[in-house]
Each structure stands twice: as structure tokens, then as C-alpha cells.
Design a protein around this ligand. Sequence first.
Ligand code: B16
Ligand code: MG
Length: 231
Amino acid sequence: MIIKAMIFDLDGVLTDTAEYHYQAWSALASELGIPFSREDNEQLKGVDRMGSLDFILAKGGLRLPEAERQRLADNKNRHYQQLIETMTPMDLFDGVTELFATLKARQIAIGLASSSKNAPMVIERLGIEDAFDYVADAAKIAKGKPHPEIFLTVAKALGVHPQEAVGVEDSLAGLQGILDAGMHSVGIGDGRVLQDAEWVYPHISAMELDKVLWVKNGERSERGVNCSPPP
Ligand code: B16
Ligand code: MG
């Protein structure tokens, strides 16, 4: 099977918006008198907005009516949007521009599967909106990560079979979505956390594209970052 598409998560893979999410959730948690640490924020990676709010409310033992939950989520989002207004192409992770250029040259489609409803604004700020052949609309995804829906939606829109796609994720929830979609997987981050990914790199700039794209008879001949390069 030939790899025809690479489908990227945004936050934590192409740029670091996690810090802005942290600042906005932290301000909200503090208003509510709920302790919220960076470790807590790690657990929210890939989790959608209301799911993230519910995690914080549960931590504080708070149960609130729907209208109040919505108001809090809107406040957090406004704060988050103010923070990402400051982003520029300098915030794109090293290696992404070169990676996209190589994929284009090899005619491998590029998709975006971000849970964030702010993804269009972030990719515009980063100056990469034209690089994508398809960008998922998070507002139209019924089941968030770890459900595979967003990855399957992007693969379908790109016209590729899941087995012809490689998904790239930094969160455990997102990786689970890629695996359940039946795609090949690259984890960006800690190999002990993302141990079920076929390939794990500490940073996107470290990705060994030739190895990742090398699939033999639909199966990789070996697993892991120490795999021999293609003959
Ligand atoms: P928003 P990704 C995710 O983006 C973030 O990792 C997660 O922390 C955030 O809560 C989620 O987007 C929703 O974001 O509130 O902007 O819609 O990693 O899937 O690119
Ligand atoms: Mg992410």
C-alpha cells in the first residue's frame, strides 16, 4: 500500500498553542477557585472545549447548568482568541515548512485534523492555510478524539483509504483516534506515553519521512524509530 496522505493534528504537532490554552483555562479555573496545574493541562490535549471545561469543573466538584457552562466556555474562548492574535509565522515549529514542501513534491496530500474550532484562525496566523488540501471543520465533527471520526472525515475528503494515510498526533486521545481509524501513526512527544504509535519522534523536525512513508506489502517490516531505512 502506498502512502497517499499525511493527516496532521495542529496543537502540539505544528505549533504550540497548548501554552495559550493553559493560560486561558488557568485564568478561568482561578476565577472559580479551582486549582489547575500544567499537569492538568496535559490531560486536556486533544480534548474538545466542553470536554476540557467539564474536566476542570469535575476537579472542583462543581456541577453547573448548561447555560452557565456555555458562558464559561465562551469566556475562555474569547481569552484564548486574544492570546492567539499575537501568533505569527515564527510560531510554526521548525521543520514544518520543509516537510510540507517535500510532501507536495511527492504528491502526498496534506490534511488537518484538529479538534480546535479556532484551527482556521491559527493556520492563518501561521501562514500555512494554503498548504492543506483539506482542513476538517471541528464544528461538524459529532464525536471528538479519541473517536476516529475526524481522521476518517479527512481521509474521505482527500479521497484516500485510511491504510493509505499516516496520522500525526501529540496527544494520547488523538493517537487512539488514528489507530481506531486504521491509519499508520506517528507520535510527536514522549515515546513512553505514545508507545502505541508506529513511529515516535520528540519533535516534528526529527521525523524521518523516508522511513515513515516506507510501507512494505501493507505492513512495516519493522517497528520503531530504529527501523532500517528503505533499500
Ligand atoms: P478550541 P488539537 C485541541 O487541538 C487542543 O489540543 C485542545 O487542548 C483544545 O481544547 C481543543 O483543540 C479545542 O480547542 O477550544 O480552540 O475549539 O490538538 O486537536 O489541534
Ligand atoms: Mg494536539
